[in-house]
Ligand binder design. Structure first.
Ligand code: OXD
Length: 312
């Protein structure tokens, strides 16, 4: 018999969806937070849930074999001192379309001046602002996993020029040219929109720094839907204040929720969202869990295995 702990703010929803599948040999325990989980953690061999809620439980989970993350970002479970003697699987493929919708919501809103036009409407002003077509604009996507590839596909649909950045710099479908991290400034200086979808790892910490922002220049917009730590926030605040870049769209921050005294709140060239560009819908994620559970019970390799050293 397998003992599964579901630890998530949406634990009850996950339980309902998984129970309906009548998976073989499975007992389910629920917890909404780490304290609740401590009662059962000693018995469980599988955990499904949010990485930051799971990390403090690892040391108590003496029978642990497999963790299925409900989030794409698994950095909380890839910290140097944490154990790695179990299989960690992530969620790929499902978050790409949502992330892509977010990115293009903001690109189109900015290019079509939605926010200014709405102000005009409030003032009963009939005033046509000049705008550009996305055709011919250039987007740079840092991070070419399933999410980055989904954004690239949508960008190609709009006939944008698509540049990408990945550790291997391997050519990819929908991407005109792929750069390696060493050449990030060369990429940044060509783009109208620089999108970062990167996970937080030792290689990506502060990858977007003063030099990259300078290369992006006053026509460029930075959009971060990866992790806050990828950006040197002090350098970004300076470059936004001095209008060295056109603006930023930020869904993730070094400290979340964004503190009340953060300068980001008051800058007029920033659009802020509360880390919700692509939320994990249980209706999507439970399917990954169920498929992997059947593999687990049949001793087949699990899908979307995370490499603890790489952090993704
Ligand atoms: C995720 C997130 O990692 O929502 O999935 O940030």
């Amino acid at each position: 018999m397998n003992n599964l702990l579901i630890i998530s703010e949406q634990a009850a929803q996950y339980e309902k969806l998984i129970t309906a599948q009548t998976l073989p040999d499975l007992n389910i325990h629920l917890a909404q937070d780490t304290e609740q989980a401590k009662d059962v953690i000693n018995d469980v061999n599988i955990i499904l849930g949010q990485p930051a809620l799971i990390a403090p439980l690892l040391k108590y989970a003496s029978k642990l074999q497999w963790v299925q993350s409900t989030f794409a970002g698994v950095e909380a479970l890839c910290q140097p001192k944490l154990r790695t003697d179990y299989c960690l699987t992530g969620v790929k493929a499902v978050l790409g379309p949502l992330m892509s919708e977010y990115v293009f919501t903001y690109i189109l809103a900015l290019e079509r001046h939605i926010f200014t036009t709405q102000k005009h409407q409030h003032n009963q002003l009939w005033h046509s602002l000049p705008y550009r077509s996305l055709t011919g604009l250039t987007i740079g996507i840092c991070g070419l996993g399933s999410i980055g590839q989904a954004i690239a596909k949508t960008a190609a649909h709009f006939q944008m020029k698509v540049l990408g950045l990945s550790r291997t710099a391997k050519p990819m479908q929908y991407i005109d040219k792929v750069y390696s991290p060493d050449n990030i400034c060369e990429l940044a200086q060509q783009v109208d929109y620089l999108i970062t979808v990167l996970p937080h790892t030792k290689h990506t910490q502060h990858m977007i720094n003063e030099k990259v922002l300078q290369a992006l220049g006053s026509n460029g917009v930075l959009m971060n839907v990866g992790r806050g730590a990828i950006i040197d926030e002090q350098a970004l605040i300076e470059s936004l204040r001095n209008k060295q870049i056109r603006g930023a769209v930020l869904d993730v921050f070094q400290t979340e929720p964004l503190p009340n005294d953060s300068p980001f709140w008051t800058l007029d060239n920033v659009l802020i969202t509360p880390h919700n560009a692509a939320v994990s819908f249980p209706e999507d994620i439970y399917k990954i869990f169920c498929d992997n559970y059947l593999r687990f019970t049949q001793q087949q390799p699990l899908e979307y295995l995370i490499n603890f050293d790489d952090g993704y």
